[in-house]
Design a protein. Sequence first.
Length: 378
Amino acid sequence: MSYSIHQLRDDAQRDAAPLLTFPTPEVHSLSIRARALVFHDPRSVDLLEEVERVAASEATVLIVGETGTGKELVARHIHQQSGRKGPFVAVNCGAFSDNLVEAELFGHEAGAFTGAAQARAGWFEAANGGTLFLDEIGDLPLAMQVKLLRVLQERCVVRIGARKAVPIDVRLVAATNVDLARAVRAGNFRMDLYYRLNVASVQLPPLRERPGDIMPLVWHFVDRYRRKLALHSVTLSAAAECALLNYGWPGNIRELENVIHYALIVSREGRVEVGDLRLPRGEASLFAQGAGGWNAEPVAEGPRLACVIRRMLEQGHEHLYEAVEEEMVKTAFAFSRENQVQTAKRLGISRNVLRAQLKRFGLLGVGWQAQAGETAES
């Protein structure tokens, strides 16, 4: 199965961002994996650049991230960007019993064991010329870790019941949601295999650490389920958007998709309110009572500020730009103990521009000319 990458247009922010998706997301409807991955947050933009640099090499890659963060989508992008002509094959190491995993990975000959009526190639052979993605590599039994290490070193596999080795040309991308270094110290993972896999490591941060991706993903899933539910249009209340931005998303992108899907099912006339999100008790209620919600610790200051501005827009606040600018200057001036040099530095503007704003907002007293001669050291 391939994947698609295209430009997602966020209806709220009007910004374009690369989006990775499966071509047939419904195939993964019962899976816990993420079915979309967007690169809008600055941290995600840097991640995409790193992934594409790694992809251009032939190095083995280890992707580390929590469940539901999009590790398989990253692996698929690495394969596509690598230029390898063979297939992309994804295998979940935790999905097979200990006595079947060897046959699944390396194949077997007819009669090699009970039930082996005919010979069958393993996943390594199936991925020849392409990329083999081993998800949940930390669940691989120790005995299999030894055999995997040998395959990576010798670049050939021996089917169960066979004597002849089969050469393979496979790039390996592994993924885990556990700390393999800790597993090595605990004796649950081989150190030599860990270093063999960890040639190029990609750390995939959880959704709560890339808040700029939340709303683009929200609108992607809104559009997807709006079509399925035959809704003409969908809007989100300011409180609902704030709840989405401030929630911690322990289930990452997969949880976000489920929340949006359910919200569209129960929403009235295509408008999603905070109660429609059905977030865990205590998370969403903070945002249902207006300004009282701002006391909750946000995911990041950017989303928190966006929530405030969006609520002001929804309430039809007059002269919004001037009001926000004035409050920002006043707050920074007070925070800097009315030191103009420090205020200008914190706001990233020149002292002349700051003085003009201070005068416009009535913040310059009789002694402001003397204060203008302050130095940065004061």
